[in-house]
Design a protein around this ligand. Structure first.
Ligand code: HEM
Length: 485
């Protein structure tokens, strides 16, 4: 009898141990997260390589993983990124953490790098309903047109002298003057120390504002910007004591809000400084480079240049300078900007961060994963675009394609709640106005001597997709701009 008991006990033990083992094996294989493919560790130190990302996504699929230095990241490069930006929008509303941007945003006290939450929502409300709303932008329209007039006069002088213009630098001055004047009533390109400093700070920031950045240089730029903003804010505060209630610029609006005790959140000096710096960085370079790429494309496509100029001549005529109010009547010009942004998006990689574990494209994305939406790759994907590398502004006429984050194969301004707040009024109004005025008033001959038939379209490195070689052209007057203005 004891032998039978022992045998039963042994069988029972074997069954128990094997069930536990089978259960463990099953459990470990069933819950093992199905992570996106990870090709290899990229020894990237400075810049992100769009072409490398594009090739990796062709080889490994629309969602893949890699390590940038020591940071694990996911890159998504297909319109299925709709899952990130729409289906799981709530889980990807934070920005990628970045030590350099931490300096510029005073540790997330601005807007662009603020965590999604009550403070970000408060700031978004201020930006959309006070700073970039239609009324304020109408009020600041004279600032934008004055800056465009000055730019056209400058080009006109170059045309008279037969001199070339280095466009990126000049367009940067124009866009930073517009933003800086709108915010602080200061021009950047005035011969004053303060104004020169603003331009230098923007240029230096965009040069180093990579996703990894350089610690000491960032600290230096941050300290200079902080001192400059303190001076400008104190000047504003002094002036406000004298001119009670008069709103002259966006800084006045922000100071009003900061003094309003009924606000749900108290806006601090650091919040204001961080926001101003972020907007200068977010709006200046992107806008200038977009116009530069679009003009380069038109120089290489003279038939499209001709069509755009004919449209302007028909709608605006030759007796006045094109204005923002003409843009709704210039669909071809608008289409050129959009098509150029498809090929040369100046926000080529949208940085987001997952806040929760979730599944994208069938893959597990853990919480706190740095995630890049590869806008650049999506705009060139042959599965979604016919002849993707060809410039065809007509695409926008035929398909009613929108660039405001609804069509997930084309996201130059991002999508959803964290989409670019400058899209409609500045991106889609100011940019075509500047490009339109440039081609209305001048013919553009490429090269220092104006003798190049085409310009190269090589891309440089940097988070705003600059050209590798600056666009240098000689403007030839079509109209007498001084008379037109
Ligand atoms: C051609 C011009 C521009 C392009 C291509 C561009 C592109 C972008 C992109 C791709 C994003 C990220 C969106 C996302 O995460 O879904 C963004 C965010 C942002 N942009 Fe722009 N932008 C441009 C002009 C401007 C201008 C003129 C301003 C200033 C008024 C501006 C202010 C911002 C801000 C503050 C954010 C952060 C939004 C947030 O985190 O909630 N941008 N932009």
């Amino acid at each position: 009898m004891p032998d039978i008991h022992a045998a039963y006990f042994t069988i029972f033990l074997i069954c128990l141990i094997s069930s536990i083992l089978i259960f463990k094996l099953y459990k470990s294989s069933s819950v093992k997260p199905h992570l996106p493919p990870a090709p290899f560790r990229l020894p990237i130190i400075g810049h992100l390589h769009l072409v490398a990302f594009h090739k990796l996504s062709n080889r490994h699929g629309p969602v893949f993983r890699l390590f940038l230095g020591s940071t694990p990241c996911v890159v998504a490069s297909s319109p299925e990124t709709k899952e990130i930006l729409k289906t799981h929008e709530n889980d990807f509303l934070d920005r990628t953490e970045n030590s350099v941007m931490d300096f510029f945003s005073y540790g997330g006290k601005g807007f662009m790098f603020a965590r999604y939450g009550s403070y970000w929502k408060f700031m978004k409300k201020i930006i959309m309903s006070e700073l970039l709303n239609g009324k304020t932008l109408d009020f600041l329209c004279p600032v934008r047109s004055d800056e465009i007039n000055r730019f056209i006069k400058y080009l006109s002088q170059k045309a008279k002298d037969g001199k070339y213009v280095e466009l990126e630098g000049e367009l940067m001055k124009l866009t930073s003057n517009v933003i800086s004047r709108s915010f602080m009533s200061k021009r950047c390109s005035e011969e004053e120390d303060e104004s020169e400093d603003i331009t230098k700070i923007i240029v230096e920031t965009t040069e180093i504002a990579d996703f990894q950045g350089f610690g000491n240089i960032s600290k230096d730029i941050h300290c200079r910007f902080d001192a400059l903003m303190e001076r400008i804010m104190r000047e504003h505060e002094e002036a406000r004591k004298q001119e009670k209630g008069e709103v002259k610029d966006l800084l006045n609006i922000l100071l009003d809000i900061s003094e309003d005790d009924s606000m749900e959140i108290k806006l601090t000096r650091e919040n204001i400084k961080a926001l101003v710096q972020e907007i200068l960085i977010a709006g200046t370079d992107t806008s200038a480079i977009t116009i530069e790429w679009a003009l380069a494309e038109l120089i290489n496509h003279p038939n499209m240049m001709k069509k755009a100029v004919e449209e302007i001549d028909k709608v605006v005529g030759k007796n006045r300078l094109l204005q923002e109010s003409d843009i709704p009547n210039l669909p071809y010009l608008q289409a050129i900007i959009k098509e150029s942004l498809r090929l040369h998006p100046t926000g080529p990689l949208i940085p987001r961060q997952s806040t929760k574990d979730c599944t994208v494209g069938g893959y597990h994305i853990p919480a706190n994963t740095t995630t890049f939406i590869n806008v650049w790759s999506m705009g060139r994907d042959p599965r979604h675009w016919e002849s993707p590398l060809e410039l065809r502004p007509e695409r926008f006429k035929e398909n009613q394609l929108d660039v405001r984050g609804k069509h997930f194969k084309l996201l130059p301004f991002g999508s959803g709640r964290r989409m670019c707040p400058g899209t409609s009024l500045l991106g889609l109004l100011m940019l075509p106005t500047i490009l339109g005025a440039m081609i209305q008033c001048f013919e553009w001959k490429a090269g220092e001597n104006g003798n190049l038939a085409t310009v190269d379209m090589e891309e440089g490195v940097g988070i705003t997709l600059p050209r590798a070689n600056p666009l240098v052209c000689v403007p030839i007057a079509r109209l007498d701009p001084v008379w037109v203005i």
